[in-house]
Write a protein that binds this ligand. Structure first.
Ligand code: ZN
Length: 150
């Protein structure tokens, strides 16, 4: 990865960590799932408002490290207006990007989420980045309990 691209990615992560998007409790949420990453101490609650199989609104609350906060902030932005199937597809791509050994992963296919591609060089941080997505996965499967990355 080029250094200037890496800098740009870090800017985006810092920005989302400082000013998380959709950071609020949703009173009329259809789905509410808590996620916890004991490895780092990241905690979040994900709220979804559904319209049929469409994710109409997404928001979150919680506290965690910069990577986990930026990841869930970016995710809530990106999944709004997506169908459940499209969101699951993004989860799969995101998982491939952060854990895969594929050096030629097409970053363009994942849009803004590419800013988190760097975590694959830091295995300990992968769970910070994927916590939001595992929580989303549970929410889409309508599993109301808490989930843990362990
Ligand atoms: Zn973390």
């Amino acid at each position: 990865m080029f250094d200037d691209l890496r800098d740009l990615y870090q800017e985006v992560i810092f920005d989302h960590n400082r000013n998380p998007r959709n950071f609020r409790v949703m009173d009329n949420a259809d789905r509410k799932v808590e996620g916890f990453n004991p490895l780092c101490g990241d905690r979040l609650t994900l709220f979804l408002k559904m319209k049929g199989n469409l994710i109409e609104e997404a928001s979150f609350q919680g506290s965690g490290c910069a990577i986990s906060t930026a990841s869930v902030s970016l995710m809530t932005e990106i999944i709004q207006g997506k169908t459940e199937a499209e969101a699951e597809e993004l989860f799969k791509k995101f998982h491939e990007m952060t854990t895969g050994k594929d050096e030629h992963f097409n970053l363009e296919a994942i849009g803004k989420l590419a800013v988190l591609a760097g975590v694959r060089e830091y295995p300990a941080r992968v769970k910070c980045a994927t916590l939001a997505w595992h929580t989303l996965d549970a929410a889409l499967k309508n599993e109301q309990q808490s989930i843990s990355t362990e």
